[in-house]
Design a protein. Sequence first.
Length: 155
Amino acid sequence: MATHELAQPRLIGALLRIPFQATVARVSDALAAAGHGDLRPAHLTPFLHLRPEGSRATELAARAQTTKQAMGYLVDYLEARDYVERVPDPADGRAKLVRLTARGREVARLARATLEQLEVEWARQLGEGRMAHLHGLLEELVAVVERQPGAHDGR
């Protein structure tokens, strides 16, 4: 392999994935230190997609781009450990909403505080202005992606 092939710039997927993995590891470590060692990164997926009033498991699966069965497993796991509960959907009595319990809200607060601290650390390393610029660019990119067809249907 030629030397110039090794010096290829990283593609956007890696540039987004590597910091994301660092955030997941930081949150997982903080949760474990706070007594939530039963939560692995995959178990946090529903937390990322739950609406404050609750969400149907099928909606969570679509938003997480996973199967209903996989999301059902995650919700079952979290429900058995009192992080979420299933309650009747006021819009459709036959359906259930998944929503956070007090313990789940504690996890969400801790995760958010951990992420805020990580952003402060990164801003210190990159500089406040550059971090603000990065944040702004990512907000713009998210808006572009969300405007694309299929952005919210689980594809």
